[in-house]
Design a protein. Structure first.
Length: 293
């Protein structure tokens, strides 16, 4: 998470009496934090927010105050106003980060799980064909670091069974309830159902793996089509469009039709507008990327 466990515990020890009054504003994060798999409780997370805000907000206030007063020699009134505004901006940023980070973490975890599930499911089916019990399947998959978050969850399932004494169904059900990936949740519940009914686990895993592979291929094909369209848009707007804009600005600057100096317009377009537009375009590409890619 944003802070370490020791940092959160330190914060909790400092702000424990004040946490109940702040906790309702963060209540919606409880389920999201649970899905991230973090060991930090909501109370500790809120305490870490309070400690971070307590350190940074006054610190920024003093930095701005000293900078404006000593270097820029602004009046005391403006100095205080800008210092307060800067502190409020920092506070709002800290609040936004602490509210948004758990959701970001869950989405990242979902992306990592979806990326490896089709291949892990096929591997599970191969192992199930040897006749080993279900919990050994998770032990073996957990040994393959190539499966990323899927391997971590498999190791956790096997640990809960072999060390903590969970039965297979309870261990799988526990993970199915908290995983952020719908595909992984369906796979775990399917294993639970087959284990309970005594069905053919290998056959079920093969069918699930084939379905996931087909979905993966459709998703990748759709994403490639989207990238092709975005590439055409980029070449039209950012390559040809930029040349046209520069030519028009140059012509208007010569004939006197620009409200601003031509050099200023060209510099603003080159160093400000185009970079910002490119960053926005990259964000659009990233947002259109499917979770399994």
């Amino acid at each position: 998470m944003i802070s370490t466990k020791k940092y959160s515990l330190l914060a909790y020890s400092l702000f424990e009496p004040m946490i109940p009054s702040i906790l309702p504003y963060f209540s919606k994060l409880k389920q999201i934090l649970h899905k991230t798999g973090t060991k930090t409780t909501l109370e500790e997370y809120v305490a870490s927010f309070m400690l971070t805000a307590t350190i940074l907000v006054p610190g920024i206030f003093l930095v701005i105050l000293i900078y404006l007063n000593s270097l820029l020699k602004t009046g005391i009134g403006l100095t205080v106003i800008f210092s307060i505004l800067g502190s409020l901006i920092v506070l709002a940023s800290i609040i936004a980060i602490y509210l948004m980070y758990p959701s970001y973490k869950v989405n990242t975890l979902k992306h990592e799980l979806d990326k490896h599930i089709p291949f892990a499911a096929m591997h599970m089916a191969t192992i199930a064909g040897t006749g080993v019990p279900p919990h050994m399947i998770f032990k073996m998959i957990g040994d393959f670091e190539e499966y990323g978050e899927v391997a971590k969850v498999c190791r956790k399932v096997y640990r809960n069974i072999s060390v903590l004494g969970y039965d297979t169904i309870s261990a799988l059900s526990k993970e199915a309830q908290i995983t952020p990936s719908n595909n992984f949740r369906d796979l775990l519940w399917s294993i639970v159902a087959v284990t309970r009914s005594g069905g053919d686990l290998r056959e079920m895993l093969l069918k699930r793996a084939e379905a996931l592979m087909d979905e993966e291929r459709r998703t990748e094909a759709k994403y490639i089509d989207t990238l092709s369209m975005l590439a055409e848009i980029y070449s039209t707007i950012f390559v040809a469009g930029t040349v046209v804009i520069f030519v028009l600005v140059a012509i208007m600057g010569i004939i006197g039709g620009l409200p601003l100096p031509m050099r200023l317009v060209l510099q603003a377009t080159t160093y400000f507008i185009i970079p910002l537009a490119s960053i926005a375009f990259i964000l659009v590409i990233e947002s259109s990327k499917p979770s399994g890619v």
